[in-house]
Design a protein around this ligand. Sequence first.
Ligand code: FAD
Length: 477
Amino acid sequence: MSTAARLQSEGLRTVVLERHDHVGGCAGYYRRDGFAFDVGATTLVDFQPRGVGGQLLDEIGFDPPDIDVQDAYEVRLPDRTVTLYRDRRRWNRELRETFGDDAAHRAFYRFLERTSDALWEIARGDVKLPMQSVGDVVRNARTLGLGNLSLLRYLRWTMADALNHFGVYDDVALRKTVAALVEDTVHATLEEAPLLNSILGISIRKAGIGRAEGGMYGFWTAFVDHYADIGGTLETGATVTEVTGRRGAFRIDTDSGRYRAEQVVSALPVDLTRRIAPSVVGDRLDEHVETLREHEGGAVVAFLGVPEEEVAGREFTHHQILRDYDEPLGNGNNMFVSVSAPGDTVSAPEGHRAVILSTHCDVDPWQDLDDEAYERKREAAGERLVSGARTVYPDLGSNPVVYEVGTPVTYEQFTNRPRGAIGGYRQTPANTNQRAVPQDVGVDGFYLAGDTTWPGLGTVACLVGSRIAAEHVTGRR
Ligand SMILES: Cc1cc2nc3c(=O)[nH]c(=O)nc-3n(C[C@H](O)[C@H](O)[C@H](O)COP(=O)(O)OP(=O)(O)OC[C@H]3O[C@@H](n4cnc5c(N)ncnc54)[C@H](O)[C@@H]3O)c2cc1C
């Protein structure tokens, strides 16, 4: 949608073909009994002016529903709570008061602050990875600027390398907090997570995490109206079964009709793109598909529509919970809680709130279960999420109007993502940045976007990728 809207507002004629009955995919929504639930992404990251999302709004002239940017969100640890303030000063004070405050810690905090400032500026700039031409090298050098050239030395570092380098690895609470934030965004362990990508991921609080009025439902319904206003065509319930042809003469077959296009942008995960366009992409995606398959992950999500009193009286509406320092992350240990804002009657009926609990999981254990085993597993996963969220909201789920649980099986059913692998892949130095999937895989007029292309960070990947894909289409790249 973002690629199409960018191109449409530049004067091209675009058609979006979407399999589901509405758009949004993993950043979409569903409605039940007066509630609107975000099915995956619950936050709009960096939608402030000049931000990655803000630039999209500007480019396409879209004025979205009110976005409530959080001043802070809270991370509950087994032995303490840390509040992730957006405000720099408060955040630095919080770090020093919650974790270590010696010279080594302060040097680490300064490093994170400086590097994340630089990285967000770069992400908002004209950076392109992987670099595929001398032109890309020149553009990246310009975007990076002389002052940031020193960042290049960290390209092969992991987050664990940095914690060790600064001598703070043994601060268990700090290490586990960083690990939880990294798992939530880069989906990797400290030992495998690329440092620069991780710093970008763990600093999304700084870029601003927001929730539109009505959540993703509010955002997408307004977006779709705007796309129609600027002349775009959206076909829902249109599953693309095959793409053939070449620049100027692509043929796109769907289960409801045939389209012809000068150029195509596939915003599907790369394994699906390879499946529907084998004659177009040839073997160009094979290696990427193999690598990403080894780095896939899933999620379990519980959706609750509850009376207001079950979640009342809290300062924050977003919380991350790490229940146990010694247990592996995921499967309810490290989970995210997102509650609709008080007074947001688009997300929930008067006197009620929509609550979404999510955690990462492996996709393997969810494959090929018989109905009974699947239901048992799903029920247990939902209960674990609710019991985790009760560390913040003790009464949550005692009298829900809606209670449903989604799993990798649900994601596969509704988004078509193979094996229900969602949320971007587990990033390591071996599969990201210069080794990431580019938007241009060498087929004239056929480009890629979406979260399996660089930079692999959820909706930020989609937005940055859409900018680059749109530039390829218009020939500006
Ligand atoms: C639980 C969870 C929490 C998350 N939290 C966040 C967050 O807070 N912030 C953030 O930035 N990101 C978050 N993410 C990640 C983010 O939601 C995804 O990375 C992003 O939405 C992926 O978008 P996409 O367009 O690449 O792919 P998708 O969302 O998978 O979209 C692909 C679209 O293509 C359609 N489609 C599939 N096959 C076909 C076909 N053959 N023909 C036509 N259409 C087809 C699908 O229906 C879908 O609409 C989260 C994800 C999950 C699951």
